[in-house]
Design a binder for this molecule. Structure first.
Ligand SMILES: [Zn+2]
Length: 251
């Protein structure tokens, strides 16, 4: 029986992942997310269900548009698979619970806002609001993180960053809001761990860009994607990582 729930979870993850691709494209352009049909961005040919089936269409069409043979970005199947992986992990960790449902929604929000920030260097407020509301609901229905830890988490990183943002302007206000609501979600311990991961990921990414000579020190790298993916890791495994670290220190 369990295997069916896993398969179902992954399929739901893929289908919603394909919808996330639509949101990533349409929200910054202020297009309706549900109305309107999908087109090939190159030849503008209308796409039908056979072209839009998550992951399988990409493999079946060998990553090319069926009409004009233009290459389709591998980003689409990657995002579908990433969302499915998140749902799979959320189910395996939290089962079929109301909390799991909220964790899954938050994972999808983080994936969308990461990609929108990567493309357009903006984080739409609506995603921060959804994550904030999700964090409040989790505060009522779960016991893993106390309210005090959540409230300290809300300010722990966001407040210093806000001050830095006001003085230097180097950090986007969207990033500060995202870090605040994610602090409310994770509590102060895991949001500190998140920032550690995000900084390391961003540094590695920046250095590898410079090594390829694409960035000349001044290129702006959006921080949102690194925060978002670190939040997903810490939301799912933060407590385990912290406990492992503490037991390592105690030896
Ligand atoms: Zn085409």
């Amino acid at each position: 029986m369990d295997i069916f729930i896993y398969v179902y979870t992954v399929l739901v993850g893929l289908v919603i992942g394909s919808f996330l691709n639509v949101l990533i494209y349409r929200i910054p352009l202020k297009l309706s997310s549900v109305k309107g049909t999908s087109f090939c961005p190159k030849c503008k040919h209308k796409l039908v269900w056979i072209d839009l089936f998550p992951v399988f269409s990409y493999i079946f069409l060998l990553g090319k548009c069926r009409y004009c043979k233009a290459g389709i970005s591998p980003r689409y199947p990657v995002i579908e698979l990433l969302n499915a992986l998140c749902y799979y992990l959320v189910y395996s960790l939290f089962g079929l619970t109301p909390a799991a449902f909220i964790y899954a929604i938050i994972c999808s929000c983080l994936i969308v806002l990461a990609m929108i920030d990567y493309d357009h260097k903006i984080i739409p407020d609506r995603f921060n609001i959804i994550i904030g509301v999700g964090a409040l609901i989790l505060g009522f229905i779960t016991k893993d993180v106390t309210w005090l830890e959540r409230i300290i988490g809300f300010f722990a990183v966001s407040l210093p960053l806000l001050i830095i943002a006001l003085i230097t302007g180097g950090i986007g206000e969207g990033d500060v809001k995202l870090i605040a609501v994610c602090g409310l979600l994770l509590g102060w311990k895991s949001i500190l761990l998140t920032m550690l991961f995000a900084s390391v990921f961003a540094a590695v990414f920046g250095i590898s860009l410079m090594a390829k000579n694409k960035a000349k020190g001044k290129t702006q790298i959006p921080f949102g994607p690194f925060i978002a993916f670190s939040v997903i890791i810490c939301m799912l495994y933060g407590e385990k990582i912290i406990n492992l670290y503490i037991s390592f220190l105690m030896q």
